[in-house]
Write a protein that binds this ligand. Sequence first.
Ligand code: COA
Length: 324
Amino acid sequence: MTTRTKILGTGSFVPEKVLTNKDLETMIDTSDEWITTRTGIKERHIAQDGENNSDLAVKAARAALEMAQVEPEELDLIIVGTLTPDMPMPSVACLVQHALGARKAGAMDVSATCSGFLYSLSVADKFVRCSPDMKILVIGSEVLSRRTNWQDRTTCVLFADGAGAAVVSGSQGDEGIVSTHLHADGSLWELLTIRGHGTAYPLDGKKGCQYIEMQGRDVFKHAVKALESVAFEAVDASGWTMEELDLLIAHQANIRILEHLRERLSLPKDKVFINIHKYGNTSAASIPIALDEANRQGRLRPGDKLLMISFGGGFTWAGVTVKW
Ligand code: COA
């Protein structure tokens, strides 16, 4: 029996402060009705001043470690998927390593935008397959509110803050990660980007460039196509059929993308996990927050077939199947 990478525990955390669509109506020219019908979002969580990406990541991590019954000192590696680190150097993973007291763990960030968690989980999977005793903490964490132009109604209603985490290690049973699939197309980078604070775009660059810039309609079209394609690719590679799937956790970017996907994959409503109404688009945090909620709600039973798929700026997209 080959080693599989088992998810031993999950955790998540969102900031206390809630920003509703009604609140946004007082800030910009928008309406609860427009945001709800076009995106499915009703409210989102926003970090307070002084509450940073690594703070959210640590809280999600502690919850995952507790569920996994793994002590920070036992961790061999910490991987954080994020596009909104506290600072360019050090990585969020190093700050988490210090805060947890994970003395023997290596630490690194993975930059893959909204696919950051699935990319990170895939990296962890390869380590565990080589060294089954390794215990790895995988996190997706974002503070997108500080990269959002709050005057731009086409983006500020979408993005938000939060963190999710999973602890993984080797298993000799057949439960665990079955297949991982990573993709990218850098030719389309300008459709969804944050230029500012990168070394090609110095801090005194053009106004607004520290914020998310997005061609929403184009992103929508590419997202739907890529998510559908990677879903079939991952399910086929696992030797499963779409009908056998027990749960789909897709990146929570837009309810219309999720509904479109559900139709294309011919999945019943109860097999598609949705929490976008509560959190908005939290980028790399979206899938691990959903995974943790699904797990804690008892939506995943031993032996269940789980598919997770993501899409984001870059473009990047990814799919991971798990036998729970
Ligand atoms: N409130 C009210 N009206 C708004 C608005 C808002 N927050 N944002 C845009 N509008 C207006 C536009 O100005 C436009 O007005 P016009 O027709 O007078 O020009 C109208 O609504 C339609 O805009 P459009 O951009 O065509 O809407 P859409 O149906 O494409 O929805 C998005 C916009 C952003 C919700 C949608 O394109 C989307 O979700 N794209 C994918 C984004 C995404 O998921 N990105 C992250 C990927 S990880």
